[in-house]
Design a protein around this ligand. Sequence first.
Ligand code: FO1
Length: 306
Amino acid sequence: MITILAGGTGSVKLVRGLVSQEHDVNVISNVGDNYWLYGMYVCPDIDTIVYGLADLLDYERGWGIKKDTFNFLRQMEVFGEETWFRIGDRDAATHLIRTNMLKNGKNLSDITKWMCEKFAVGAKVIPVTDNSVETRIITDKGELHLQEYWVKYRGKDKVEGIQYIGADKARPNPEAINAIHDADMVILAPGNPLTSIGPMLQIKGVRKELSKMKKRVVAVSPLIGNKAFSGPAAQYMEAAGIEVNAYGLAKMYSDVCSNIVIDSKDKLLTKKIQNLDMHVYETKIAMKNKMAEDALGSFLLKQVRV
Ligand code: FO1
């Protein structure tokens, strides 16, 4: 049984690559970038994983449903609402039904389970907590929700720090803790280390369980050299004072993980990472198509020994 801690866009490809060869996969999902909009609760990382596994994800954008239409959003614009966060029509149905279920007393875990059933997703998608954790970006112009920083203002303000509101009090989802505890291998997906994986590591129970299991935990780098495959990982790492490369990532994860997969192009960093008492595996980590997703999934399952 494999458990992967995942964000959205940067993580979904590896999740698919694993699910295509291993039937017993648990995905622990980040909730730090969840966002309330027009009275709807949007959970981008959960939805990206569910849509990705249901083969509905718009792969070009990395979020939302492929071939979705935007009539609802256009009407919101007519009503004078801000429409910088592009909710598609079919995607809106997901957020609406989720919000309704929350209002009727269901928790996010049960709703996500129900959604996996509706979308015929075999893997278990487990929100890391049912409590609220909100990732906020501190910029030179003030503090913003992650979605506002990245989508509304297009990531152009200088990042000075990151905060995870509620993480210190959040109760880890017991199913997530069990999925870590019982796994043959736990993978930290190549998502943004500070805003996709980071919020989950801030939850004490999760961090503790991972440190206990450290020998079986494998991180997959989201960087080649000092560049991330997608999103603002490099800006966030720099702001947090972390060296922007696979070594900085390894150091950041070193108390919760003993293994890391880096790109072969980064092999000059291998020795330095090994000095952190970590096993280093080198391979091609870019996942440009389905074949590359499967190849990395298979590498993890067959070549990485934990
Ligand atoms: N990202 C964007 O860059 N622009 C958008 O308009 C946008 C809308 C959106 C709607 C639903 C959803 O689930 C995700 C959406 N995202 C959008 C992605 C999201 O902002 C982030 O990439 C994730 O939160 C990071 O994993």
